[in-house]
Design a protein around this ligand. Structure first.
Ligand SMILES: *[C@@H]1O[C@H](CO)[C@@H](O)[C@H](O)[C@H]1NC(C)=O
Ligand SMILES: *[C@@H]1O[C@H](CO)[C@@H](O)[C@H](O)[C@H]1NC(C)=O
Ligand SMILES: *[C@@H]1O[C@H](CO)[C@@H](O)[C@H](O)[C@H]1NC(C)=O
Ligand SMILES: *[C@@H]1O[C@H](CO)[C@@H](O)[C@H](O)[C@H]1NC(C)=O
Length: 331
């Protein structure tokens, strides 16, 4: 949290100024209860800036929830941040080389169950983790997928190291806290001959020097499988028959406030050059006639539905089918 606080203070310098609309004591009351719930303390200028941003977010959430939408919004630990700040600290800020024009995933016979949830099939999905203020979503999508793939193959669910990917995977077009892609991270793990365990190479959320110890590698990749760009049925085939799948999509300002229900947006784009966040599809289902993906995020277990979200399926929503991939484990 210390890192986040420093970054926010730096942001204040740029954002303060102007004369915001007057706020009521009710607005302050809401902000103060939120601050105490999330253990925040702000003083003077920053207090007023945060109060203002929080109030705008809170009003947006109330307006959204009063409307007719497939998902609800709610206050969360990001509620005092503007989307511009959020983007800077939590999302990929430059376009990644995301896409496999022709993937190497081989589709099965085309008969799929109505719903699949790898969390319920066995001990195959690790608890939701938290990336902190570092654009390392791609490392969590990668470890999440390799953890599950390894557990499905061996019966043992490992907790794997994101920090090794932050520190060591640069040669495969990954850039630590400044971004990367799961498919490129899987390529690194394959080439590097292993990824260490979380406990042996713990997460710091900062760019550091590579400290890989080959004798301590805990999981391995035999090959990397890409799903063909925009082939959402290919993703479904992989999740239904094989394992959870890493994917990327575009997060826009409405997503930051997601609470529950099936996320669907008219704000986001759907192409390979606009994706800015990587996550893990652990299943799919349908609710009130709306098909959706069940997705593990890396913003902690208090965000969304215990750290998960549902996103509409079948429309390449927000580009979610632009660059999906998974590894084949080496056991
Ligand atoms: C809410 O939206 C759904 C889907 O667009 C529509 O079928 C339904 O009639 C709407 N309900 C109201 C109360 O507007
Ligand atoms: C995309 O690929 C090119 C060529 O390999 C590389 O120079 C560039 O840095 C990559 N971009 C990112 C964001 O990784
Ligand atoms: C998978 O896609 C990545 C780009 O995200 C590419 O670098 C890699 O070569 C592809 N791998 C295969 C086996 O097609
Ligand atoms: C993106 O969305 C537009 C508008 O709905 C649609 O026409 C287009 O086919 C979509 N492109 C992809 C790659 O999904």
């Amino acid at each position: 949290m210390a890192v986040l606080a420093c970054l926010l203070l730096a942001a204040l310098v740029r954002c303060a100024g102007g004369s915001p609309a007057p706020l009521s004591s009710e607005d302050e009351f809401h902000f103060k209860s939120w601050m105490s719930q999330y253990g925040r303390a702000y003083h003077s200028e920053e207090y007023h800036y945060r109060l203002h941003t929080f109030t705008e977010n809170r009003k947006r959430i109330d307006r959204h929830n009063a409307g007719n939408h497939t998902f609800t919004m709610g206050l969360n630990e990001f509620s005092d941040m503007s989307f511009a700040e959020f983007k800077k600290y939590f999302l990929l800020t430059e376009p990644q080389n995301c896409s496999a024009t022709k993937g190497n995933h081989i589709v099965g016979d085309g008969y799929y169950p109505d719903s699949v949830d790898w969390r319920k099939k066995g001990n195959y999905v690790t608890p939701v983790k938290s990336q902190g203020a570092c654009g390392s979503c791609w490392t969590f999508s990668t470890t999440g997928c390799l953890e599950s793939v390894t557990a499905i193959a061996t019966g043992k669910l490992p907790l794997l190291s994101e920090q090794q990917l932050v520190d060591c995977a640069q040669a495969f077009n990954n850039h630590g806290c400044k971004g990367g892609l799961p498919s490129q991270a899987f390529e690194y793990i394959k080439f590097n001959k292993g990824l260490m365990a979380e406990d042996d190479y713990p997460y710091t959320g900062r760019d550091g020097t590579c400290n890989f110890k080959p004798q301590m590698a805990a999981a391995f990749v035999k090959d990397v499988v890409n799903v063909t760009k925009y082939d959402e049925m290919g993703m479904l085939d992989a999740v239904a028959r094989l394992n959870p799948v890493s994917f990327a999509y575009e997060v826009t300002s409405d997503f930051m406030h997601y609470k529950n229900g099936v996320y669907s947006s008219t704000e986001c784009h759907n192409t390979t050059d606009t994706v800015n966040h990587a996550v893990l599809a652990v299943g799919y289902a349908e609710e009130n006639g709306i098909p959706y993906w069940i997705v593990k995020n890396s913003w902690g277990r208090y965000w969304g539905q215990d750290g998960y979200f549902f996103i509409e399926r079948g429309k390449n929503m927000c580009g979610l089918a632009a660059c999906a991939s998974y590894p084949l484990p080496l056991i």
